[in-house]
Design a protein around this ligand. Structure first.
Ligand code: ASP
Length: 334
C-alpha cells in the first residue's frame, strides 16, 4: 500500500468550538495533525506519516508559511518512504495555495489538499470524511504514477489549477470556476514545474484592486504615493467587471501605475469564467492604452492571479526576462 505523508497547516479542519450546536463559533487551527488522523477510524493503523508544518487560520496565509510548506514538500519528494502527500488547509485561501503548488511543483508524487467547512467539534464535522477521501485519492493517484496537485472536498476532486471557494458557508463550498471536477482515474493537469527556488527571493509587492461603480483610481494613486516612501509597488491585479472591463477612472489610474513601472493584470470579479486573453492584450502603447490591453489572467480568480503575478515577478528576478512582463502572455500559466 502506498505511503502517505499528511502535512498539516491548520484551518477549520483543525478547529474547535465550545458549543457544538453553534458551529460558526469556533477557533480554527487548534488540533494537531495526529488528532485529526485519530478522528478517522479507517485511518488508524494505516501506513501514514504526519507533520505539523504550521498552525494557522488560512486567512493569515502568506509567503512565510508557503516557504515552510515548500521545504516539507521538497523533503517528501526526496524521501523514498513517501509516495503521496496530503495537505490539510483552511478553506479561505486554499485556492491560493493550490494555485501556488500547481505552479511550483516539479516532483513526481501527487499532492492533495483538503479542508473542512465545519470545525472538528461540530456534530456535522466534515473534516474526517474529507481527510479520508484525500488519503484515498492520494494513494490511488500515487499508484497511477500521477504527479500533479488536486484538492479533495465534499466528495469531489478538483484540479489545483481550477479549484476555488464559491460559497462562504455551505458544506459543498468549492467549485472549479466553470471547469468540472476530475473523474476518478482521470489524469490531473500537469503542474507547471517552476520549482520551489522561486520562493527564496524577497517577494514583490502585488495588490488586488476592484473595479466597481464610481471606481476612480483613488486607491491606486494613494498606493503610488505611499510606495514612494514605503517601498515599491511591483504589481496590481484588477478584479475587473464582467469579462475584463475597468471603470474609466480606475483605468486612468492603472495607466499611471503602469507608467510608473507597476505590472497590471486583469482578472474578473465574476465568480466563473475569468478573463480570456484576446489578441492585442499585453501590448500597451505607452500612451494610455486601454483596459483591454492589460494581460488577462485567464480563468484565475483575482487572488490566484495575484499569486501567479507574484511568482512571475519572482522568476523574473531570478532569471531576467527577454521581454518586459506586460508583453508576456500569462495564458500558459493556467
Ligand atoms: N478561516 C478558516 C481558514 O481558512 C476557514 C476554514 O478553514 O474553513 O482557516
Amino acid at each position: 500500500m502506498s505511503r502517505v505523508l499528511i502535512l498539516a497547516t491548520g484551518g477549520t479542519i483543525a478547529g474547535t468550538g465550545i458549543d457544538p450546536q453553534r458551529s460558526w463559533a469556533y477557533q480554527a487551527a487548534q488540533l494537531g495533525v495526529d488528532q485529526l488522523v485519530q478522528a478517522v477510524p479507517e485511518l488508524v493503523g494505516e501506513s501514514l506519516a504526519t507533520r505539523q508544518v504550521a498552525q494557522l487560520d488560512s486567512k493569515d496565509m502568506g509567503v512565510s508559511t508557503w516557504r515552510l510548506l515548500a521545504q516539507a514538500l521538497q523533503e517528501a519528494m526526496r524521501d523514498p518512504a513517501v509516495d503521496a502527500i496530503v495537505i490539510t488547509h483552511g478553506t479561505d485561501t486554499l485556492e491560493e495555495t493550490a494555485c501556488l503548488l500547481h505552479a511550483l511543483h516539479d516532483g513526481c508524487k501527487p499532492i492533495v489538499l483538503t479542508a473542512a467547512m465545519r470545525p472538528a467539534t461540530a456534530p456535522d464535522a466534515d473534516g474526517p470524511r474529507n481527510l479520508l477521501d484525500a488519503v484515498r485519492v492520494a494513494r490511488s493517484a500515487a499508484l497511477r504514477g500521477e504527479g500533479g496537485v488536486a484538492a479533495v472536498l465534499a466528495g469531489r476532486t478538483w484540479s489545483a489549477r481550477d479549484v476555488r471557494k464559491a460559497h462562504s458557508h455551505a458544506m459543498d463550498a468549492f467549485d472549479g470556476g466553470g471547469e468540472p471536477p476530475l473523474r476518478e482515474g482521470e489524469s490531473w493537469p500537469a503542474p507547471m514545474g517552476w520549482g520551489w527556488a522561486c520562493l527564496s527571493a524577497a517577494p514583490p509587492r502585488v495588490e488586488v484592486i476592484t473595479s466597481h461603480a464610481d471606481a476612480d483610481g483613488w486607491l491606486v494613486d494613494a498606493a503610488l504615493r505611499h510606495a514612494a516612501s514605503a517601498g515599491p509597488l511591483d504589481g496590481l491585479v484588477v478584479a475587473a467587471t464582467g469579462h475584463g472591463t475597468v471603470h474609466q477612472g480606475l483605468e486612468a489610474a492603472l495607466q499611471r501605475a503602469h507608467q510608473a513601472g507597476v505590472v497590471v493584470w486583469r482578472s474578473s470579479r465574476v465568480a466563473r469564467g475569468g478573463v480570456q486573453a484576446r489578441e492585442g492584450d499585453g501590448e500597451c502603447d505607452g500612451q494610455g492604452g486601454a483596459a483591454a490591453a492589460w494581460p488577462a489572467a485567464g480563468s484565475l480568480t483575482a487572488a490566484q492571479a495575484r499569486v501567479m503575478l507574484v511568482l512571475t515577478l519572482l522568476r523574473q528576478r531570478l532569471q531576467p526576462p527577454q521581454r518586459p512582463p506586460e508583453t508576456s502572455s500569462i495564458a500558459p500559466a493556467v
